[in-house]
Design a protein around this ligand. Structure first.
Ligand code: ADP
Ligand code: ASP
Ligand code: MG
Length: 815
């Protein structure tokens, strides 16, 4: 014999019930079956709501009641053949009339006891089982209905009754011994006490009804049919990557369900385990999928973590005080006080100093807990031996579960590292003595991030998702998006990186898409986006709270640079193309470096110097490996190099600068390049990265520009001065020619001092042959004494800059 249970969603309406009937028709050809059904999905909640409204004299209860009526009547109308329809409608209406009278009674007496709650909610399962059995009998001969209340006997703890196992088992087994029907339909959830009053088995209790029957008749299998394809590695509604666990042990299933995997009501496992009846979780809407098999052994012993679950609405109670140290009995009194008042303890931790005890309970009970515990310890509190009970709310528990965790080292290390790396603060920790479960109490707002991070850590070791938020999607930013789009598949396959762009913004608009923006249409989407604001951009990223979030600044904007610290403080890594942050006050630069270390978030800015050339990375490697930089000589301005390489006696300086700007080699304001400020910032950043404490004002800047150009107020004025001062520039060129030299704009750093300026470079010098927009950097160090370490190549241009940013992204991904 088999026992099948169908949950609320599976029997939510006529269409779904028809699917259930199909499954039953095919099953009944092979086996005798007992079918336990829940109320039509959502009915239990509606019944409780109607009861509460009526008790509070709120006439809206009539509306809710009418909804309940309509759902059931519609289901009958659609499901039952004309021949029987009227009879079934009459019976359903009689039951609904009875319900209506109870609700009217509540309205008059304003009292809604647990006993009455049970009376009311029982209508859900009583109605559904009646309708389903009638529908079933239309096609299956030998099908019947049995009221579970006649079989399942409990104590009188209404709404959460304890089953009297012995009597119940006898009742069930003798009933099924006598009954010869192929299918017996039974309402889940409902039971009775010895006075024949209706009780219920707790929310979600239909699973338990089915387990009690399976155990009593020693069924071959207990099948729980629901709306998902098994017990998943994590709640599939929250973790997209979760997948059904093929096989799992009773203990693991119990632990996961205790810690929030709602797919199985926790008490269900015990009766099945005792008789070694396998439990199979199946999907009514995808009956061909395998589902999850729960057995004694489970499978895949090698996999230490089988699933991750979580419980919401948790409050943490802390009892602490010096008076507790070495005095026995405090915990006992705490737990007795809680238990006397039916407050369920979900999690316990105790500091080894005995100075405090910390327990997790459901938030709904925190007020009551505060009251009863403070009352219990009123004397000790008045004597200041302990403090009044401390309550922290809005918390949740996440738990990783697996039978075999005890044989593997380092699981908790991995768990807490994954949480820590994602800035999930852990408030309390508990590990079951069986080592089958490690639980952490975290803030409610972090649930999704924590589950995703843990799932990623334990089940998707392969693929790491990077969530990018890019500000500034003009020239370089746009090319970066294009490069990412082209490379996504490669990264997925070869580096196991899933790079997705979740947010982008330009100076006017911004858009977000949690699953990743479509990089084919980002431009059109952005135009329809929200109005841009740095604050809102930050707030949204914080709110999304995704693991491995990376903020990327592809602007030259000072206000954006000022926001980096906010990101780092949230453990969000920052990649900057923008040089402003690293070349502003030393204390600002230092603060960012410190925050990056403190919050375990990277701060990368390779493209600040030499665009995509690996200048900073190389320098970092030298320093980290113990080398010391003594001198740096460099040509660091792609734009100035382009200008001086193209400027000669046949061209005008003005036109060459215009051309450099048109080709995107200069900053939007060319004065930043030509004044030498841009180069000064770069050598400053290199000096700082080499470990020297320098500020921009410490860098000697001998400008080659005439006074008029330096003083120009606008970009247009500046260009005009380049025309009027043409002779000044041609003089510079001629002088270099006469000395057999080339003009190069050089940055130097020697023994702690830095300078920038235009130089005539003779033929022997490595700078002499520098072409086009190339950059070159010479590092002289304690290890590279005679011959410097040289880095040379294109040091400007959108493609190479974007590629440098991309390099930083990948560096982060591989960390
Ligand atoms: P039913 O009405 O069929 O009893 P429930 O709503 O009680 O269904 O349980 C199924 C739901 O449990 C799923 O829809 C899912 O949202 C939730 N759930 C939570 N954790 C898990 C998990 N680890 N695996 C599967 N489902 C889970
Ligand atoms: N109908 C009850 C509930 O919603 C029992 C169940 O569906 O398992 O809690
Ligand atoms: Mg359920």
């Amino acid at each position: 014999m088999k026992v099948l249970k169908f949950g609320g969603t599976s029997v939510a309406n006529a269409e779904n019930i028809s699917k259930v009937i199909k499954i039953l028709e095919s099953e009944s050809k092979k086996n005798k079956i007992a079918v336990v059904v829940s109320a039509l999905g959502g009915t239990t909640d509606m019944l409780i709501e109607a009861g509460n409204l009526a008790t509070n004299k709120d006439e809206k209860y009539i509306e809710v009641f009418q909804n309940i009526v309509n759902r059931h009547i519609n289901t009958v109308e659609e499901l039952i053949d004309n021949k029987n329809k009227q009879a079934v409608l009459n019976e359903v209406n009689t039951k609904l009339e009875e319900l209506k009278q109870i609700l009217q009674g509540l309205y008059l007496i304003n009292e809604f006891s647990n006993k009455t709650i049970d009376k009311i909610v029982s209508f859900g399962e009583l109605l559904s089982s009646y309708i389903i059995s009638e529908a079933l009998q239309q096609t299956v001969k030998n099908a019947s209905l049995k009221d579970s209340r006649e079989l399942i006997l409990t104590d009188s703890t209404f709404t959460n009754a304890t089953v009297k196992i012995k009597e119940t088992t006898t009742n069930i087994s003798s009933f099924f011994k006598k009954n010869k029907d192929k299918i017996v339909v039974l309402p889940g959830f409902v039971s009775r006490n010895k006075n024949n009053e209706t009780t219920t088995l707790g929310r979600g209790g239909s699973d338990y009804t089915a387990a009690l029957i399976a155990s009593a008749v020693k069924a071959d299998v207990l099948e729980i049919w629901t709306d998902v394809s098994g017990m998943y590695t994590a709640n599939p509604k929250l973790v997209k990557q979760a997948f059904p666990i093929e096989e799992i042990s009773y203990q693991e299933a119990m632990e996961l369900s205790h810690f929030g995997a709602k797919v199985l009501y926790p008490p269900t496992v015990h009766p099945a385990l005792q008789k070694k009846i396998p439990i199979l979780i199946k999907n009514t809407f995808s009956p061909d999928e395998k589902g999850t098999l729960i057995t004694k052994k489970g499978k895949d012993k090698k996999q230490p973590v089988k699933g991750i679950s979580h419980i919401e609405n948790i409050a943490l109670l802390t009892l602490e005080g010096n008076g507790m140290v070495g005095v026995p009995g405090f915990s006992k009194r705490l737990f007795s006080a809680l238990s006397r008042n039916n407050i369920n303890v979900v999690l316990i931790t105790q500091a080894s100093s005995e100075h405090s005890i910390c327990v997790g309970i459901f938030s709904s009970e925190s007020k009551k807990a505060k009251h009863v515990v403070d009352e219990e310890f009123v004397y000790e509190i008045s004597k200041k031996k302990i403090k009044p009970l401390l309550i922290e709310d809005s918390l949740a528990i996440v738990a990783v579960v697996g039978d075999n965790m005890k044989n593997h080292q380092g699981i908790s290390g991995r768990m807490f590292r994954a949480l820590g790396n994602n800035n999930v603060n852990v408030r309390a920790i508990a590990q079951g003595a069986s080592e089958r479960n490690i639980s952490a109490v975290i803030s409610h707002k972090d649930i999704k991030k924590a589950l995703t991070a843990l799932h990623n850590r334990f089940f998707e070791k392969q693929i790491k998702t990077l969530n990018l938020f890019i500000v500034g999607v003009g020239n370089v930013g746009g090319i970066l998006l294009n490069q990412i789009k082209k490379q996504q598949d490669y990264l997925n396959e070869n580096l196991l990186l899933n790079v997705r762009v979740v947010g982008i913004s330009n100076s006017k608009k911004m858009i977000f898409e949690e699953e990743g923006i479509n990089l084919n249409t980002w431009n059109e989407q952005l135009q329809k986006g929200k109005k841009q604001s740095h604050k809102l951009f930050f707030d949204t990223i914080k709110e999304l709270n995704l693991s491995n979030s990376i903020f990327i600044d592809v602007t030259a904007n000072e206000d954006v640079a000022k926001t980096y610290k906010n990101y780092l403080r949230e453990s969000i890594s920052v990649i900057a193309c923008n040089k402003i942050a690293c070349s502003s006050k030393y204390s600002d630069y230092k603060e960012l470096k410190d925050l990056s270390r403190k919050y375990n978030a990277s701060f990368l800015f390779e493209t600040n110097v030499g665009a995509g050339l690996p200048v900073i990375n190389t320098l970092n490697n030298l320093i980290n490996s113990g080398d010391k930089v003594t001198s740096i000589q460099a040509v660091l301005s792609g734009s100035l190099n382009f200008i001086f390489n193209n400027f000669n006696d046949t061209s005008s300086f003005h036109d060459i600068v215009k051309q450099a700007q048109a080709e995107g080699y200069t900053e939007p304001d060319p004065r930043i390049d030509l004044s030498g400020v841009d180069v000064a910032r770069k050598i400053l950043i290199l000096a700082r990265e080499a470990g020297y404490k320098l500020d921009l004002k410490d860098i000697k800047n001998q400008s080659f520009l005439p006074k008029e150009s330096l003083e120009a107020k606008t970009v247009d004025d500046f260009y005009n001065t380049l025309k009027t001062e043409e002779s000044h520039f041609s003089e510079l060129y001629k002088s270099a020619q006469n000395n057999d030299s080339q003009l190069k704009y050089v940055a130097e750093f020697n023994n702690g001092k830095a300078s920038v300026g235009l130089k005539e470079i003779d033929k022997e010098h490595p700078f002499y042959n520098l072409k086009g927009k190339d950059n070159i950097v010479l590092f002289f160090t304690e290890r590279y004494t005679e011959q410097p370490l040289i880095i040379k190549g294109a040091g400007a241009g959108a493609e190479v800059t974007a590629s440098g940013l991309f390099g930083d992204i990948i560096t982060l991904g591989r960390n």
